[in-house]
Structure formats: C-alpha cells, structure tokens
Design a protein around this ligand. Sequence first.
Ligand code: HEM
Length: 227
Amino acid sequence: MGRLRKDQFHLLLIKTHSLTGLIPVGAFLVFHLAANSLRTVGVWQYKLSIDLINNLPFLIWIEIIFIYIPILFHSLVGVYLSFQGKLNVHRYNYGRNWMYTLQRLSGGVIFAFLVYHMGTTVVPKLLAGKEQFEAAPFLISVMNQEFQTLGGRVIYMVGIMAATFHFANGLWGFCMSWGILVGAAAQRNASLIFILFGLVLTVIGFATVVEFSMNPIEVQATVPESF
Ligand code: HEM
C-alpha cells in the first residue's frame, strides 16, 4: 500500500476527529454527567457509583485508553485542523460560521476547565493514594469544598455549559462529516433535537451543582470486611 496522500491524510484526520468526539469522548461526557447527577438522588447512591468505578480492575488503564488519550487526540487534532481551516468545509451560512467559532472557543474553555477539574479531583486522589473504597469519601469531600464558594460554582457551570454546547453542536458537525444529514429539513430538525439534548445535559449538570452546594454531606469509607 502506498503512502497516504496529503488530502487523504486530512480527510482521515477530519473523520477520526469527528468520530472520537462522539465515541468515546461524547459518550464519556453523557455517562459522567449522569453518574454525578446521582448526587441529586442521594449521597449514598452517589457514593455507590464512585465505589463501583474505583473498584474496577485496571481502572487507570481504562481511563488512559478510553478517556485521556481520546480527549488529548480530539483536542490536538481539533487545534491542528482549525489552523488548517479544514474543519469549516460544511459551514456555509453566517449562523453556521458563528457556531463554528463558538465550537473552537468552547473547546478552549473545556480544556482549561479539565486542567482545573482533574487537578482538583483525580490528581490529588492519586497523589493521596486513595483507591477503591477510600476514593469516595475523599472525592465527595473535595466536591463539597469545590461548591462551597461562588467561584467554584461558576467554574463548574461554565465548564458544564462549554462541554454540553460543544458536544451538542459537535453532533451536528459529526452528522455533516459522515454525510448523515442530507437536505435542509433534516438538518433543521436535527439541530432542534441536538439543542434539546444539550439543554437536558446542562440541566442535569446544573442540578448536580445545586445539590452539592446546598447539601455538602460527608461520607465514611465502606469497610469491605463488613460484607
Ligand atoms: C457537576 C459537574 C461535575 C462533577 C460533580 C464532576 C465530578 C468528578 C469527579 C468526582 C471526578 C473524579 C472521578 C474519580 O476519580 O473516580 C471527575 C473526573 C473527571 N471529570 Fe468530572 N465532574 C463534573 C463535570 C465534568 C465535566 C463538564 C467534564 C468535561 C468537560 C468532566 C470531565 C472529567 C474528566 C475527564 C475526569 C477524569 C476521568 C475520570 O476519572 O473519570 N467533568 N469528575
């Protein structure tokens, strides 16, 4: 097989960038916001979800392979393609160009938010050696503190809005890249569905912020010997 030509390479980057935005990065976002929203049901239910995740075998490898590498790939290729001006091929009208600008802007906001968010959750958890059942009390205490200040709440609300907008608008881009939406009516209807989907995700995220802010309840680690 000969070497990929430059335009074929670009096309491959556009397709893989678009695909990774949906799976696994977008899927992770939906799962993550849904899992955290368990806090609105009860602190016990929320603790159970953290216990479950933090007792998975090979957790760090699962996170590296399915979360960290895809997010890094999607971010770096996104920056590269926007400098090449290759991402904008499907956006013709004024409104869509605006969405394209907002898409890049929200990508930058998400990246900054993630540096902060992981720097205050996963990194301290790993540094403190809090694994398995010890992770939940540690992380819940961290989140309680995060939402004690107005600044913390604003950071999370901005991060959530940037992520849900980026994903919902990205879904439209995905459909265009893969030739799924043909015709003006299909594109208009899909836009409405994606807007609704983004709003639902935002409400789920905001409800979690409100619950943490109003009821900062601490928990004890489950003692495995008690089973
Ligand atoms: C209400 C909002 C949110 C809450 C309460 C929250 C909570 C958490 C917690 C507790 C962790 C540590 C998980 C662990 O180590 O077991 C975490 C990790 C993480 N969060 Fe969030 N998060 C929120 C919003 C977001 C948003 C909007 C994004 C994406 C932009 C995001 C992306 C991540 C990533 C990539 C990780 C590291 C992967 C992982 O350990 O699961 N989070 N979050």
